[in-house]
Design a protein around this ligand. Structure first.
Ligand code: ZN
Length: 297
């Protein structure tokens, strides 16, 4: 009798539990691509898969017309999403689209600025504020300061000069500077990334900017001899913006450092929280790690 009741109970819990999981609403992510001096056709499918494999996201991709083509019909529905991943660097968007994007972020939308998206739209002031720091596209000191980690703290450096640059591909260590942020919580203070471009000399308005991680760019490897911000956040209105400077081509997206920072950053941008555990194959202070399953993408 008791046993039977127990079985019914367990069955009910399991059924309800499972249906609860299967009907749980996923977060919605939108990847924007279509123009980029980088291999967006190669990287977007990997970014999409990385988001999907968290089990947290459904992912759409919106691809703009090619460079030089009529952009007037390019109107992604940003407001339908929890996070917009920018894999775009190219022609200006129509005014209506620019306004919709700024409204989306201001009203609490999440944004991930991936690698060369920091070079997009140099002449769009709100975009520069949203991304915090950018490079290339003619940017210089008029766009804002460099942000560096010197003597244990963040320093804004207003000295004149170019914005954006990097030495040859090199492996480098990533140093966490804000260990209590949801994205970085539980990560070791230092870990290795694979050979990649180490972005430096980024500059911009840097308002409401929090540097989560830096990487040292040695002068003898084409760097600034500074600890460069490579993972940082910006609060823009109610919106959460997460910039990740890593990931030059699909090959570098196999780095577990990239994968974890991208997946956690996207969740944080979407919700303000991170529920993903740190995986067992996370890199160490001396050894980068890769997931070869992504090879060929
Ligand atoms: Zn690159």
């Amino acid at each position: 009798m008791h046993r039977r009741r127990l079985i019914v109970c367990v069955t009910l819990v399991l059924t309800l539990g499972w249906s609860g999981i299967s009907f749980a609403e996923k977060l919605r992510a939108l990847i924007v691509d279509g123009q980029n001096a980088h291999d967006w056709k190669g990287t977007t499918p990997v970014l999409k898969r990385l988001l999907e494999e968290t089990g947290l996201f459904t992912v759409d991709v919106t691809t703009s017309p090619p460079r030089g083509a009529d952009m007037s019909g390019f109107k992604p529905k940003f407001h339908d999403y929890n996070v917009v991943v920018l894999n775009y660097q190219g022609d200006p968007w129509p005014e209506e689209t620019k306004k919709a994007f700024v409204d989306y972020v201001r009203n609490g939308g999440g944004v991930v600025v991936y690698h060369f998206a920091c070079a997009a739209f140099p002449d769009w002031p709100e975009y520069n504020e949203i991304i915090g720091l950018g490079g290339w596209g003619g940017r210089n000191e008029k766009w804002g300061p460099y942000v560096r980690w010197r003597d244990g703290k963040i320093v804004y450096d207003h000295s004149p000069g170019r914005a954006g640059g990097h030495g040859p591909m090199q492996a480098f260590a990533i140093d966490i500077r804000e260990p209590n942020h949801p994205v970085t919580q539980g990560l070791p203070p230092r870990f290795m990334h694979v050979e990649d471009e180490l972005y430096g000399w980024l500059r911009g308005p840097a308002k409401n900017l929090t540097v989560l991680a830096t990487a040292f760019a040695p002068k003898d490897k084409g760097g600034s001899d500074e600890h460069e911000p490579i993972i940082f956040t910006v609060q823009y209105g109610k919106g959460r913006v997460y910039q990740i400077a890593l990931g030059h081509t699909p090959k570098e997206l196999q780095s577990v450092a990239f994968i974890v920072l991208f997946q956690r950053g996207a969740e944080w941008a979407a919700t303000g929280k991170v529920t993903q555990p740190v995986p067992a194959d996370f890199p160490t202070a001396t050894e980068a790690r890769t997931r070869p399953l992504l090879a060929g993408n």
